[in-house]
Design a binder for this molecule. Structure first.
Ligand SMILES: NC(=O)c1ccc[n+]([C@@H]2O[C@H](COP(=O)([O-])OP(=O)(O)OC[C@H]3O[C@@H](n4cnc5c(N)ncnc54)[C@H](O)[C@@H]3O)[C@@H](O)[C@H]2O)c1
Length: 440
């Protein structure tokens, strides 16, 4: 099938590359010129394992192209996926400006049947808004078209995780199709035919809601684990063992019960906010989710308080940071907890040095006054405290003996509960994790 993807970021590009690998003819569009120029040269502007090689393979097979023009892409495609950003407004509500812009452009270029698919995460009722926008702009752009061009809007939310995006796209736990016609459903079934997984077919509002509900539930699980960690530290329990013991219960499961410095990234904070606002506007106050958000913010504050407590004086201390990305295996730093923690320490007068295996270029754009180092060992040299803020696998296997010897004070704060407490303590470190039973 001829498919257009509008928005070639983390989701759009992965969707385009993967749909091409399923055998479709795909064109990916973006309005950032430099991005498209790089992509045309076979360069992926983001870090996502396996993406560049698969993309080049698809380009070589002539199944994947790139362009700037929505009009051109839409004209030659049957299905058009909208994968633009849906950031937060100040109120927390989803800002759907990019979605509306794209819908208007698609409408203005439509000359035959199109299936317009929402891939972006959007609040319930967005499908209806897109449909209305297309109707309004169809009739405005060309009066002769009015009422003659058939189209469908569908919701097909994406559940991929950055860092394992290709694997997640190709082997999803489920596919969700929010549709209003048999034709739209059949086209989506055709697009995803090679993927063997349960398919949930529903109306558009329910499909949109599934995505917000899923992300909000996962955020709730994380905040639950973080709240437990706070209690663990007060009663001398270990969150790792508590989560292990809970996780064996099939009704609960072990995943997303990791305590730490809180969730971040471009999805959970924004989607929880948007879902709270959507509920509020509909007349329901989702106080449970407000508390999920509060717990998440408190985790960062509690971590900073712990550092202050153990360092005593923060001013002029040299603090080393390992990891800036919001999670490992990505260069994405959007809403990364590390950014807030670094800025708060700088605000208290600390000097900060940092290293991240992939996110340094992004971090340099937004963090001022940080000494960026070439590796973890350079970060640690002469530091009064070392913070682990992203659980990159490579940080597990560092020579911590060597690190301890190069530090001014052997304090280590493991914001992700990734390191081996005993090994570090045996090496002479004072180790502080999250919810490991410190007894406050
Ligand atoms: N990143 C994730 O892990 C993830 C997972 C699932 C769902 N989502 C959702 O997918 C959507 C996209 O997220 P993302 O992380 O890919 O964002 P992103 O910022 O990486 O990509 C969005 C792209 O859209 C482009 N764009 C904006 N307006 C445009 C226009 N008028 N024409 C053409 N291109 C335009 C931007 O330049 C950008 O490249 C969001 O709604 C997000 O919530 C993200």
């Amino acid at each position: 099938m001829n498919i257009a993807i509008i928005g070639s970021g983390y989701v759009g590009l992965v969707t385009g590359v993967c749909l091409a690998s399923l055998g479709h003819q795909v064109i990916c569009v973006d309005n950032v010129k430099e991005k498209i120029l790089k992509l045309k040269k076979g360069i992926v502007p983001i870090f996502e394992p396996g993406l560049e090689s698969l993309m080049r393979e698809m380009m070589k097979k002539k199944r994947l192209t790139f362009g700037f023009s929505i009009k051109e892409a839409a004209r030659k495609s049957t299905a058009i996926f909208i994968a633009v950003g849906t950031p937060s407004k100040k109120s927390g509500e989803a800002d759907l400006t990019y979605v509306e812009n794209v819908a208007r452009e698609i409408a203005a270029s439509m000359d035959s049947y199109k299936l317009i698919v929402e891939k972006s995460t959007v609040p319930a009722d967005t499908g209806n808004r897109i449909k209305r926008t297309i109707m309004l702009n169809l009739s405005k752009s060309d009066k002769t078209k009015k009422g003659k061009i058939d189209f469908d809007v569908a919701s097909n939310p994406e559940f991929l995780r950055e860092g394992s995006a290709i694997e997640d796209f190709m082997n999803p736990d489920r596919l969700v199709f929010g549709v209003e016609s048999k034709k739209a459903e059949m086209l989506l079934r055709e697009i995803y035919k090679p993927i063997k997984t349960p398919i949930v077919v529903t109306n558009i509002n329910s499909a949109e809601m599934i995505k917000h509900a899923s992300n909000s539930f996962l955020a709730t699980k994380i905040s639950f684990a973080n709240a437990l960690a706070q209690v663990c530290d007060r009663v001398g329990a270990d969150i790792l063992k508590v989560a292990e013991g809970m996780g064996f219960d099939k009704r609960i499961g072990r995943s997303f019960l990791n305590a730490g410095i809180g969730y971040g990234g471009s999805c959970f904070p924004k989607d929880v906010d948007a879902f709270i606002r959507l509920s509020e506007k509909s007349g329901y106050h989702f106080n449970l989710l407000k508390e999920v958000r509060n717990v998440n913010e408190q985790q960062k504050a509690a971590f900073l308080q712990l550092i202050e407590d153990k360092l005593w004086i923060v001013k002029n201390k040299m603090i080393g940071v390992l990891g800036i990305a919001f999670k490992p295996d990505t260069d994405d730093i959007r809403n990364a907890p590390a950014l807030d923690i670094i800025r708060a320490l700088q605000h208290e007068g600390a000097k900060v040095r940092a290293f991240d295996p992939q996110a340094m270029d992004q971090a340099k754009k937004v963090l001022k006054g940080v000494g960026f180092c070439a590796n973890a060992y350079s970060v640690a040299k002469g530091c009064d405290a070392l913070l682990l803020l992203t659980e990159w696998e490579e940080f597990k296997n560092l020579d911590y003996q060597k690190i301890r010897q190069s530090m001014r004070q052997p304090l280590i704060f493991d914001g992700r509960n990734m390191l081996h407490e005993k090994e570090l303590s045996d090496s002479g470190f004072e180790y502080y994790g999250i919810g490991r039973g410190r007894v406050l």
